[in-house]
Design a protein around this ligand. Sequence first.
Ligand code: F6P
Length: 560
Amino acid sequence: MASASSATPDTLPAWQTLRTHADQLKHVHLKTLFGDDPGRWQCFTRQVAGLTLDLSKQRWDEDTLEHLLALAEEAGVRGAIQALLSGKRVNTSENRPALHTALRLPRDASLIVDGEDVVPAVHESLERMAELVEKLHAGQWRGATGKPIEDVVNLGVGGSDLGPLMVTHALADFRPEGVHPIEVHFASTMDGSQMADYLSRFNPETTLFVLSSKSFTTIDTLSNADTARDWLTNRLARYGSMSASAELVVRQHFIGVSACPEKMSEWGVAPAHQLRFWDWVGGRYSLWGTIGLPIALVVGMANFHEFLAGAHSMDEHFAKVPLADNMPVLLALAGIWNVNFLDIRAHSILPYDGRLEYFAAYLEQLEMESNGKSVTRQGNTINYSTCPVLWGQLGPNAQHAFYQLLHQGTQPVVCDFIAPLRRYDEVENHDTRAHLKAQHRLALSNCFAQSRVLMLGDDALDDDGPRPQHKRYRGNQPSTTVLLDKLTPSTLGALIAMYEHKVFVQAMIWDINPFDQWGVELGKKIAGETQKILEHDGEIQSLDASSRGLIEAFWAAEDH
Ligand code: F6P
């Protein structure tokens, strides 16, 4: 790891070589790189676990990759991968391992951390989760008035929301047959928007809330939880004596998922309805375990295990395959090349499959909360760029929104196009299947066309006659394409794991800790103080003029 010595990456020999190399390659257009090398697709494409990673449209050549691989070696990436997977304390500022990969180890594996095998406990927690899922799927989980649960609302935010939200949406086609129908919903925002909607529509007798919070201190989640508890106890109070029914209501309508069982108990979650995990699972890496309860509720435990197995096959690849063929490593190196040597600091995530609607939102947290850092692991200020600004949405919709900037704006942007090769095979009606398959071809045509136009610009056209400047395309915007054979629990697991490992490799090269998020703490503290002032329980005079003005505007509106 770059931390093994006190050398920062920009002082490593390969970094210097890459700088000189970039000065030469910066001026070479992607169309020239393709023209010069008919073997680019073979050279820059890798496949594993049902995924194909095409890095041929990056603005690099074979020499670049060689230098980047040298940088990875000099930064100690190989050793860092082993340290991560074997449970070393890679989260240095919090002095603990980051063992999300342990959550997807098969039952017969073993991983000794601090003298103890963590695998049996991982599988025990999955079994506990399976018991709750089976009860709900059998219609045997009854609300306080004896009716089976029909709506489950996950209350969580960040890692306790985005992963489950993204995956349940992506894998909604994988619902198991013949189970009691349960709809899964998500409420994350502290402003109560989602709750207000749900509470106006759902039947309290048949609604169950899952309180998902690693720390069980997150105000966003706890404020939604308190609103839910109030709604349930008020609406169900007429069943029995008030205190008895309040206890029963909380027991039958709340499941807690957290790394802090004592806080769950304090809030009132019944011990039998608590699912636990460990502080060595980072929030944004937690969907593989009990935080994945909403996923298991939608797809069933068998598919959940497929999801874990897909991720595990990517872990095996990451652990064993040489850096030059290692997909997460290559994806990371492409990012380092763009950010640190080509000065491309905007990164767009563009899935061409509506089921991946929340994938960009999920990656925004994974990448930017992990690697949006500006001090090294030793606490020194960094003078090179780290995580780029990352955003995205469904590619077909983004074509009609922000692709104009990609094609003709002044910002260089790197794009990740993501699409499944096969879709709709299982649609029974022949005509509908034919129509939907045609729509899938339409989406893929657009996906492939967009990356080609971004690369070639005007040269994508056969007939490049005279055109005014405003109709011209300069191209040369790099992109990566990730193809899934099909979108299944297994390929989705592999896809997510690939991005997780990419983030880790980049962090090791940048010499930062991807597993903490101290940057979000100050905002929480100041929000607490501001809340007191809004509630007339704090002093406004010492605040800046803008904050004072905003607060006074709020008070004026409240008094109106
Ligand atoms: O505030 C950031 C953060 O801590 C994220 O890292 C985390 O995923 C989210 O809040 C939710 O935290 P918790 O699961 O502890 O409620």
